[in-house]
Design a protein around this ligand. Structure first.
Ligand code: HEC
Ligand code: HEC
Ligand code: HEC
Ligand code: HEC
Ligand code: HEC
Length: 162
């Protein structure tokens, strides 16, 4: 940190994604939030969720810079069509309104703002003995090739094309 008059300066290399700086003096504090991400050697580019680019933080946050976690699905459904009401079969976490077990609301280096690669995303919850046999035989495949992650017209959330 360097100081010139009332200005402080320094250089940091923030991790990709969402970052927050907090500056404090006495009982006063200020926060600077920013998203950061550039493509570097061989890494997938970080892509932002569209409302972040449009600076629509307030749609999801009561207070623009607040930390309070909004109710997931209700917030998502402000812009995305509600999933649970449209299909006869709805995936457990979707029915429970838990979008953030699979998605990052700000951005991701993986497709579709996901937190993990497709198979890991599924086996994190589906490693029970009853499904392990099926998992073993489908290890080499991407689960979402056959299963829709949200809902389905058929049992087991199978894709219509399957
Ligand atoms: C699509 C909805 C959505 C948008 C748009 C959004 N956020 Fe968030 N944000 C969330 C959710 C949900 C959480 C809680 C994440 C959690 O608990 O894992 C969160 C968490 C945060 C946090 C807490 C730190 C963290 O990473 O958990 C900060 C700070 C934040 N958001 C700032 C912002 C700012 C600034 C913007 C606009 C540039 C923004 N958010 C846009 C949904 C959103
Ligand atoms: C303020 C409106 C808004 C809110 C709220 C919102 N989204 Fe989005 N979302 C968008 C827009 C706009 C797009 C881009 C759609 C397009 O390009 O066709 C998008 C795209 C996406 C995509 C696809 C991204 C991709 O790269 O293919 C996912 C996944 C997603 N949103 C999940 C969520 C989740 C989960 C929530 C709740 C935490 C949420 N969204 C809340 C506006 C919103
Ligand atoms: C079990 C993991 C999982 C959960 C839970 C989940 N998603 Fe997704 N979502 C995915 C995956 C994987 C994709 C990529 C598209 C695909 O494979 O069909 C995706 C794609 C999307 C897209 C963009 C493409 C599309 O299908 O429209 C949106 C928008 C989206 N999800 C919103 C949500 C919302 C809102 C919730 C909560 C109600 C949610 N997701 C819960 C895994 C999940
Ligand atoms: C080649 C297509 C295909 C792939 C890839 C696939 N599945 Fe399946 N899955 C099916 C079919 C077909 C059924 C229905 C089987 C039945 O009803 O007898 C099923 C059923 C299921 C079920 C419900 C029935 C049970 O055994 O509990 C779960 C959970 C499941 N799959 C999870 C997964 C996961 C997790 C992955 C990725 C590791 C995956 N599947 C990959 C085709 C596939
Ligand atoms: C957060 C935990 C969680 C994650 C992550 C998750 N699931 Fe599930 N899944 C559930 C729950 C809960 C059920 C409902 C179980 C029941 O009804 O007995 C379920 C049910 C299913 C079923 C059976 C549906 C039926 O009709 O019998 C399939 C298939 C399935 N999940 C596939 C997937 C795939 C593919 C992924 C990855 C994209 C995934 N799951 C990720 C929790 C999860």
């Amino acid at each position: 940190m360097k100081r010139t008059g009332n200005s402080f300066s320094g250089t940091v290399t923030p991790p990709r994604g969402f970052n927050e700086f907090e500056v404090r003096t006495g009982d006063k504090r200020a926060r600077i939030n920013f998203v950061y991400g550039i493509q570097t050697g061989g890494q997938a580019p970080y892509s932002y969720h569209k409302p972040l680019v449009d600076n629509e933080c307030a749609t999801c946050h009561e207070k623009a810079w607040g930390k309070s976690s909004p109710t997931e699905a209700a917030v998502c459904y402000r812009c995305h069509p509600a999933m649970a009401v449209m299909f006869p079969y709805v995936h457990g976490p979707v029915a429970a309104g838990k979008c953030l077990v699979c998605h990052d609301p700000h951005g991701s280096s993986l497709p579709s703002l996901t937190l993990k690669r497709p198979r890991q995303m599924c086996t994190g919850c589906h490693d029970q003995p009853s499904t392990r046999k099926h998992l073993d035989s489908s290890r080499s495949s991407v689960c979402t090739l056959c299963h829709n992650p949200h809902y389905g017209m058929k049992r087991s959330l199978l894709r219509v094309t399957f």
